[in-house]
Ligand binder design. Structure first.
Ligand code: SF4
Length: 663
């Protein structure tokens, strides 16, 4: 049954809209919106994306959970996004709360507030949303009757900086675990007296949630520190809490074909198109890449299911653009037949298909060209480092020949604008590696000019931030000044060429570094940053490193300790009790290999080297073919000079599951 909006609150919010920027952010009314009538027997979820509506609405994870929960008879889900500062000020001035955009219900009308964190700089916005909701910031200060505050997302594979603010953290794939949380909360609600939960009952619920695989309850753990500030132990203080919390992994994505009916916004948003997921996980082993490490193993959606999701999505949304999402879309083992099938399905319509994460090789450009028959605006490649030596260190095994062949094919078939992504501040990086970025860019332009006078190349560089659960989490990050010197070197090297240089602010890289490997003591820092007005820290107009550094000093902490310090082999990390499946021994060995520029190949196509994920979780890479996709296992189409590192020699191979094209 479709339920009406909360007109009392909506009219008050509506009155504020003429005075704020982009009022369409707050009205809801999207195509495929679900307005389910809440029933006392249902568990009510408010799914919150702590950034603007434009960034949050297309978030696939949130859309999946929104539809999945609303499909359940015992659940009801609505959405909220962080109000921009002008709207937040207006809400406060009028005594109005954070609200859902679906039915304009106040946040406290829900049983659970579920936050999604793709990045760490969004942490102060958690406090902004809690405060706007009228809730105490710290979990211990909230009343038993207040909503349960849950959070998930890639940034929470080190959840410790926000441990004080949340009741629970969900690790890994959200679909199954969310339903289990829903069922647990439903049963708990049903057991309460009419006067609502008391403190012991709330604690009992948290203990029950701690028993669900993939759920971490921070209040059931404590941390001890050495005199020099290092963590010495993270340990459970309650019998209900496991010593280590394992991430949740869905073995077969074929079981969860969501979203079927994607939300269609009424205003402009980023990635405004039909987004369909091809697969999760990536085993290419890029050592800087937290997303690749924490989402292992590879699990492909059956091709027929992808086709059906595209058919359903297009027919219910009216979109004409489809984006096939994953960490490296051209690695989907049935990519060629899948694209042929999708094009056949849409032969009568003007549907354009894009593959946003391209591998760097001519084969990939070939398939991109096949689907981009109309628009050939720009192509982006990510070699990540300027020299082959450094690309071996980071295990991004793209040769110069790969890059130049890819670029040549792209210019040949009509693309004119190339964008190249690089990181600076990588382990073992030298001046020669930084100069190598400019050398590659100049060569790319030279190739382009053979085909078009208007050929252009943009070089985009970002400072490297070591992330938890990667082989680089032992590494000490570059200072903002060193990063600026590297950017200056690139400016000099590219002066007088037609290559354009853009860069990520090194100050923001520093703040991200503090949070990425931070511990529980950073809660005070985040709170102080927020109290000093530090919201929307991913946005240039609001970001301030000074706010972070002043807060660190006020809390007796120092950024050098968190960001610059190279960790030893036996460092106890703040996320010691959080398991993404990767064994610390594997990560350490891979770090040592990196320092020697040793490489490791993709375990989809080579014997398993036992990183820990499949063997510990009883999983396996699930791909449609045991052969590497065309273009070569590393996208080169040629044999690579890649010696097998001694410490990564294969252990007993895990059987790789083969799925037929029919799924
Ligand atoms: S356990 Fe083996 S097959 Fe699975 S992701 Fe790790 S290395 Fe690859």
């Amino acid at each position: 049954m479709t339920a009406s909006v909360n007109t009392t609150l909506w009219h008050k919010i509506e009155a504020l809209l003429p005075g704020v920027s982009r009022p369409a952010r707050y009205i809801g009314a999207e195509g495929n919106i679900i307005r389910k009538h809440p029933d006392p027997d249902m568990v009510r979820w408010l799914l919150i994306f702590p950034d603007t509506y434009e960034v949050g609405l297309p978030n696939l994870g949130l859309q999946i959970l929104y539809e999945l929960l609303n499909d359940q008879p015992c659940a009801q889900a609505e959405r909220a996004y962080a109000p921009w500062p002008d709207m937040a000020a207006s809400l406060r001035a009028h005594g109005l709360p954070l609200f859902s955009v679906d039915r304009h219900e106040p946040a406290t009308a829900f049983d659970l507030l579920g936050f999604t964190f793709p990045s760490e700089l969004l942490f102060p916005n958690l406090l902004e949303c809690l405060d706007l909701a009228g809730l105490a910031l710290r979990a211990t200060d909230r009343r038993p009757s207040d909503p349960i505050v849950l959070a998930g997302g890639h940034a929470l594979f080190n959840p410790e900086p926000i441990a004080a603010f949340v009741d629970a953290v969900v690790l890994g794939d959200g679909e199954e675990v969310t339903l289990e949380v829903n069922e647990t909360v439903r049963a708990w609600k049903g057991s309460l007296s009419p006067s609502g939960p008391q403190s012991e009952e709330k604690t009992a619920l948290l203990r029950l949630l701690a028993g669900i695989e993939g759920v971490y309850i921070p209040s059931l753990y404590d941390v001890s520190y050495a005199e020099d500030g290092r963590v010495t132990r993270v340990f459970p203080v309650d019998q209900a809490a496991p010593a280590r919390v394992e991430k949740r992994t869905i073995a077969d994505l074929g079981d969860v074909p969501y979203p079927r009916q994607p939300l269609v916004p009424v205003t402009e948003v980023v990635h405004d198109r039909l987004n369909v997921e091809l697969f999760r996980g990536c085993t290419r082993g890029c050592r800087f890449c937290q997303a690749g490490m924490i989402t292992r193993p590879v699990r492909e959606r059956p091709p027929e299911q992808v086709r059906q999701m595209i058919r359903d999505g297009l027919s219910t949304s009216g979109y004409e653009d489809v984006s096939l999402l994953s960490l490296s879309s051209a690695d989907y083992s049935d990519i060629d037949p899948l694209l042929a099938g999708v094009m056949e399905d849409n032969a009568q319509d003007k549907v354009s298909i894009s593959l946003p994460s391209l591998r760097v090789d001519a084969f990939t450009v070939g398939i991109a060209a096949k689907v981009a028959t109309v628009k050939k605006t720009g192509l982006t490649f990510a070699p990540e480092a300027g020299t082959w030596r450094l690309r071996r260190v980071i295990n991004k095994l793209i040769t110069e020949d790969d890059l130049f062949a890819a670029v040549e094919s792209a210019y040949q078939v009509g693309w004119k604008r190339m964008k190249l992504y690089f990181m600076i501040g990588l382990p073992t990086e030298t001046e020669e590696d930084v100069q190598g970025i400019a050398t590659l860019a100049k060569k790319v332009l030279e190739i382009g000019r053979k085909y078009s006078k208007g050929a252009s190349c943009t070089v985009s560089v970002g400072g490297f931030v070591p992330k938890a659960h990667t082989p680089f989490h032992w590494y000490g990050q570059d200072t903002p000044d060193v990063l600026r010197q590297k950017i200056d070197l690139l400016k000099t090297q590219l002066r007088g060429t037609k290559a354009k240089l853009s860069w990520h602010d090194p100050a923001a890289t520093e703040a991200e570094g503090i949070l990425s490997r931070g511990d529980r003591r950073l809660a005070d820092v985040i709170e102080q940053v927020w109290r000093s007005g530090g919201v929307f820290q991913e946005w240039g107009e609001y970001f301030s490193l000074d706010l972070w550094l002043e807060a660190m000093t006020a809390c007796g902490l120092h950024s050098e300790f968190y960001v610059r310090r190279e960790r030893g082999e036996h460092e106890v990390f703040p996320w010691e009790h959080i398991r993404a499946g990767l064994e610390q021994e594997f990560l350490w060995n891979d770090w040592q290999e990196a320092l020697q520029a040793g490489v490791v190949e993709d375990c989809r196509w080579t014997p398993c080297y036992d990183c820990g994920v499949c063997t510990d979780y009883g999983l396996e890479n699930m791909v449609g073919s045991l052969q590497p996709p065309a273009g070569g296992s590393q996208g080169t189409g040629q044999a690579l000079p890649v010696p097998t590192p001694v410490s990564l020699l294969p252990r007993p191979a895990v059987k790789k599951q083969v799925r037929t094209a029919a799924g």
